[in-house]
Design a protein around this ligand. Structure first.
Ligand SMILES: Nc1ncnc2c1ncn2[C@@H]1O[C@H](COP(=O)(O)OP(=O)(O)OP(=O)(O)O)[C@@H](O)[C@H]1O
Length: 787
């Protein structure tokens, strides 16, 4: 009989096995090397798995091999837990509840099969002893029996020269011992069962629900003994395979144990409800080391301690797909650090930044009612004694297209709805505010409310936060006026005046209100939105815009104002939080970017967001695999190189010059006659042979990301990438009498050039820096990975 095929492994499994292997040093190895003077997160020492608090033990053994039945009702996405069936990819990876490291696994499987490095995880090295028995403690008796092997069926074991079998794979052992195994189901879930008998190539398995399956051994994966159910660190598991990892996370999750360690990584499963794990009592417990269950507080605490001890800046990187809980996790970490560095009021200022940034940079998407549409790096600064003394926020490209357009059922940025619902009458009057469904930019996606969210209350929280951050009432007024101006711009409409599709603006309240709020005259705004100056020799010719061009100009102006407004607010926050910076000594940074997205229809925004996530994944791989191993080599530690699923190929697909996705997009964006379809065809022509790229039906293409395959529709790619803002619009902003529009224009000109002689036309050139080109600017991460 052929030996059982090597089980495919995900990169998480490979990582965990690596760590486990390192921790499980044989007893006769020389004493460990002294700790190195580095603050790179060291891996935890091996220790007995601690049982989660929610697990009932009976004579020291966890009761019930399968998940608690009550929970199945509570978590509809957990498929048939009662019968022991575990949803693997569909139920879990499709859910925002499970962090990327887990949900991305199934994508990697096929690749890992080939790259598998630990072909034989456990074996009898001398025919008598298991090298790393999964049952060292709980199966002593069984092990004794194994020394005789009289009645063992011949699975894939080989005999050593003493005649005792040598197992070539963990599955061999499971088969020989008729242990619990995971059986794949046609619906891509796994079911837990117990081997009953083996005959020829068939294994008979009794499932938890009483059903009996007959499968070939290659299809099975070993399950962990039930004593390991709910271990708080995945490296303590005997068998590291996908169903076992998911089962363990689910086991814990069903008991509200949402945090689990995976070696140096903390996995947070989104509870999607309030869990009693936070607050001052918990903070004290973690600070005083009275609680060592996995928690974000523990991660933040470690970062804080290492920063103080080694005097090195720290970073906490939070990754996961959209809706998995990154922003909440980042806030929880910030809360802990702010409390630790208690500095009379500064901590509440730092925490209030979230309220402001979420109002301006978060929106309801189809995956998440409070989805961050920008990337954020929050640096929290401390003094030498660990006192909080300031913070700095860096943001990365806001998804500004959302201001003018988005999918049905999604909302624009929260602030629009909050302002409309919560502004007091006087403010409303000053900025000519009407109901939300009066504004084209808001009503077009047919979603004005979020269930369970009180926008008016959120507005009052926003104003409180602005007050706490010390943004003056005058500046708050400027902020709200610009938000209203954007709304009114969306109500400007055009009428076609000739058979060449040229337009004029329909004079309505949209025009007057927008002009008033920006501080320009209506005719100035009309000119900027309906005409373009073209240089013909020495002369300037005024060209009328077509309907499409005018709509694009209007939308470009709205997006540009909003994006600059967002940056301006961040600047104000930084100004306010930078007060105590003279005492700054070290910092802890928390990175929270928009999560990986895959919708039925994916456009330019998902293309950019998923590219950013590929970069982050590369960083993760670099720190967890590449750099760690380099360090072992440097230290002369005998170490078998670990292969892992590297996303370098996918990154190269994006970044390669001149024929990567980004270069090809940029190139096509420069051709005036190019269309989204010609871009799609160009990709087809140049990237057809790339394994990570697939041509789909006309105008679409598929990319194999680290987290899954995504099909992109190229509609709108060129326009969104060009993101044009013509000189008339910059000039208009510059000529406005109010401070903010003027300032935005100045920033655009200054950003663009860094040149001494500025002209509007040069500024326009600068605007030609495409969106993806800006996106390519790396995240400013230069740090160590905290445990
Ligand atoms: N620890 C938690 N406790 C309670 N609820 C949580 C927790 N984490 C996340 N949630 C819930 O899940 C929702 C989505 O979480 P969050 O906004 O943090 O996701 P995200 O990963 O940042 O998504 P995106 O990438 O779209 O910004 C939150 O609004 C909250 O309702």
């Amino acid at each position: 009989m052929a030996p059982a095929a090597a089980a495919p492994k995900s990169s998480l499994e490979v990582l965990l096995e690596t760590i486990k292997k390192r921790d499980e040093q044989p007893k006769d190895v020389p004493p460990a090397l002294p700790a190195r003077p580095t603050c790179r997160g060291r891996l935890p020492s091996s220790r007995r798995p601690s049982q989660p608090s929610g697990v009932k033990l009976e004579n020291g053994v966890a009761k019930g091999a399968v998940v608690d039945t009550v929970i199945a009702d509570k978590k509809p996405w957990v498929d048939k837990e009662i019968s022991g069936q575990l949803g693997v990819d569909k139920e879990i990876s499709g859910q925002p509840g499970v962090d990327k490291e887990i949900s991305g696994q199934e994508v990697k499987e096929e690749i890992v099969v080939k790259a598998r490095i630990f072909g034989t995880k456990r074996k009898f090295s001398n025919g008598l002893m298991l090298e790393e028995s999964p049952y060292v403690d709980s199966f002593q008796e069984e092990r004794k029996e194994m020394t005789t092997f009289n009645e063992l069926p011949s699975v894939s074991s080989r005999a050593n020269k003493n005649g005792n079998p040598v197992f070539t794979d963990t599955m061999d052992y499971a088969l020989q011992k008729k242990l619990r195994v995971w059986c794949p189901s046609p619906d891509a879930t796994w079911r837990l069962g117990q081997i009953q008998s083996i005959s020829g190539d068939d294994v008979e398995i009794l499932l938890v629900n009483g059903e009996v399956l007959t499968l070939s051994p290659e299809k099975l994966l070993p399950a962990n003994p039930d004593i390991l159910d709910g271990v708080d660190n995945l490296i303590h598991m005997s068998y590291l395979n996908e169903p076992s990892v998911l089962y363990n996370l689910q086991f814990r999750y069903s008991r509200d144990l949402i945090y689990t360690k995976a070696g140096p990584v903390l996995i947070a499963v989104n509870p999607l409800k309030e869990v009693a794990l936070y607050g001052s009592d918990f903070i004290t417990q973690y600070r005083q080391k009275l609680n060592d269950y996995p928690h974000v507080y523990a991660v933040a605490d470690l970062a804080f301690n290492v920063m103080l001890r080694d005097g090195i800046n720290q970073s906490v990187i939070i990754s996961g797909e959209s809706g998995s809980g990154k922003t909440e996790t980042a806030k929880i970490a910030m809360q802990y650090l702010a409390t630790l560095g208690d500095a009379s009021g500064m901590e509440s200022e730092v925490l209030q930044t979230n309220v402001i940034l979420e109002a301006l940079g978060n929106a309801k998407t189809s995956r998440n009612d409070n989805s961050s549409r920008f990337g954020k790096l929050t640096e929290i600064h401390f003094s030498e004694t660990g006192k909080l003394c300031g913070a700095k926020i860096q943001t990365f490209l806001l998804e500004k297209s959302r201001v003018v357009q988005r999918a049905t059922g999604e909302r624009s940025y929260h602030i629009f709805y909050q302002l409309i619902s919560g502004a007091p009458p006087l403010l409303k009057k000053k900025i000519f505010l009407k109901e939300a469904n009066y504004y084209n930019y808001l009503k077009q996606s047919a979603c004005l409310r979020i269930d369970g969210v009180d926008d008016a209350k959120k507005f009052s929280m926003l104003v409180d936060a602005l007050d706490i951050i010390k943004i003056s009432k005058e500046d708050q007024m400027k902020l709200f006026s610009m938000v209203a101006a954007v709304l009114w711009l969306g109500n400007i409409s055009f009428s076609v005046i000739d058979n060449e599709n040229h337009v004029e603006i329909v004079s309505n309240e949209g025009l007057t209100a927008a002009a008033k709020l920006l501080g320009c005259s209506s005719p100035q705004l009309v000119n900027a939105l309906t005409t373009r100056k073209i240089q013909a020799g020495k002369d300037n010719i005024i060209q009328k815009l077509t309907l499409t061009q005018a709509i694009d100009a209007r939308d470009a102006l709205a997006k540009c104002i909003y994006a600059h407004l967002f940056d301006w607010v961040v600047e104000q926050i930084n100004h306010s939080l930078g007060m105590g910076r003279q005492h700054t000594w070290r910092s802890i940074s928390i990175l929270d970017i928009y999560g990986f997205e895959s919708f039925i229809k994916n456009g330019f925004e998902q293309f950019c967001i998923n590219y950013a996530n590929e970069r982050l994944q590369q960083h993760f791989n670099r720190h967890l695999f590449k750099l760690e191993q380099e360090e072992y080599l440097e230290d002369g530690i005998d170490w078998a190189n670990v292969e892992f699923v590297d996303n370098a190929d996918c990154l190269s697909l994006f970044e390669k010059k001149p024929l990567g996705l980004l270069s090809l997009l940029d190139e096509e964006s420069t051709f005036p006659k190019a269309t989204d379809l010609s871009f799609a065809n160009k990709l087809k022509q140049h990237l057809r042979g790339n394994t990570g790229f697939r041509c789909e039906q006309e105008g679409t293409f598929k990319i194999c990301h680290y987290a899954g395959e995504v099909t992109y529709d190229t509609t709108g790619f060129l326009e969104k990438n060009r993101d044009p803002l013509n000189s008339e619009l910059i000039q208009l902003l510059s000529s406005c009498k109010f401070e903010l529009p003027k300032r935005f224009a100045a920033v655009m000109v200054a950003d663009s050039q860094n040149k001494s002689t500025l002209s509007w036309h040069l500024a326009v050139d600068s605007q030609k820096q495409s969106v993806v080109a800006k996106f390519k600017v790396p995240f400013p991460i230069s740090h160590v990975f905290t445990q």
